[in-house]
Design a protein around this ligand. Structure first.
Ligand SMILES: Cc1cc2nc3c(=O)[nH]c(=O)nc-3n(C[C@H](O)[C@H](O)[C@H](O)COP(=O)(O)OP(=O)(O)OC[C@H]3O[C@@H](n4cnc5c(N)ncnc54)[C@H](O)[C@@H]3O)c2cc1C
Length: 279
């Protein structure tokens, strides 16, 4: 399949991208790495009149430390994180997650911002960055604003982003020296999207964020599981039963029903991520 015809414009900077959006006739859409949008165009699931390429905006490729956070330009590519070329606020979690995301060819072009805007609950960054409590910084025709990632992800492939808005950067708190994490992805073969994906970050005593992907329309911050993890010191194998019960509480609170096989898979990834974080 070939895409429907569209007009193409490469933006020099964010102001230029917004101007190109504002002057477009018909539907305009931004493109970054093209690893998700490309196939959607080819399948004609998306038929914009104008594509605005964000890939040549240097400011979107930057990553820098700012106080107790690292700020990533939205155009940072998965492979740059995998290769350790950028500051890492996550004590190794982000490079490990990047290395397990899709295939190297996709990681060479796919971007942090593109992944967050696509908002697939089975994708790495929406889950990992929710566990790390990231904030998304947006620029639009009406100005700039910032949104905690948990408020940005509204539903399946749906975010709080207005059509003209661009994810400019993502800021992530730097984990302290005593922070620990665990991450587990269950998929049939390397390079595939997860069937279940869980990440647990222990920020400090009693402060834990455990996130589960693939179970609902958005990544789920598991409150009961996180509280359980915050209340135990060290890993004990017999805590698996309590994890399974807490997970059912969280899924039920979110109004999510899963079958017994999926429940078992999710309980396993959550327990493995918690074990690595607490061991
Ligand atoms: C075969 C295959 C396997 C994959 N496996 C995985 C996997 O295991 N895990 C995983 O997490 N991902 C996976 N992906 C998705 C991949 O990570 C994509 O790179 C990512 O989802 C989209 O990033 P992109 O930069 O290519 O975005 P694009 O495809 O360019 O854009 C995606 C969407 O985001 C919008 N957009 C992009 N950047 C911005 C911005 N800065 N501001 C506003 N809107 C923006 C676009 O308009 C579009 O709607 C896979 C993809 C493929 C093709």
């Amino acid at each position: 399949m070939k895409p429907a015809p569209f007009d193409y414009a490469a933006a020099r900077d964010l102001d230029h991208a917004l101007a190109l959006f504002g002057e477009a006739e018909g539907e305009a859409k931004y493109i970054a790495g093209g690893q998700t949008l490309g196939p959607m165009l080819n399948l004609r699931l998306s038929q914009p009149d104008r594509l605005i390429d964000l890939g040549r905006i240097d400011a979107l490729r930057d990553a820098r430390s700012e106080g107790d956070r690292v700020v990533f330009g939205a155009g940072v590519r998965h492979a740059e994180i995998e290769d350790g070329l950028l500051p890492d606020p996550s004590g190794g979690l982000m490079p490990q997650a990047a290395a397990r995301l899709a295939y190297r060819a996709i990681r060479n072009r796919g971007t942090l911002g593109g992944s967050l805007v696509h908002a697939d609950p089975a994708a790495e960054w929406p889950n990992i960055l929710l566990a790390l409590d990231a904030t998304v910084h947006l620029r639009g025709l009406a100005g700039a604003r910032e949104v905690r990632l948990g408020d940005f992800q509204l539903g399946y492939l749906t975010t709080d982003l207005a059509p003209d808005e661009i994810v400019a950067s993502i800021s992530i708190p730097v984990l302290g020296p005593t922070a620990r994490w665990g991450y587990h992805k269950l998929c049939r073969q390397p390079g595939e999207f997860a069937q279940s994906l869980a990440v647990t970050v222990v920020f400090g005593p009693g402060r834990v964020r455990c996130v589960l992907g693939c179970a609902g329309p958005v990544p789920l911050l598991l409150k009961a599981v996180s509280a359980l993890a915050g209340g135990v010191s060290g890993w004990r194998d017999d805590v698996r039963t309590e994890i399974a019960a807490a997970l059912e509480t969280d899924l039920s609170a979110a109004g999510i029903a899963v079958d017994a096989v999926d429940l078992r898979a999710h309980a396993a990834t959550v327990a493995r991520s918690m074990k690595d974080a607490l061991a």
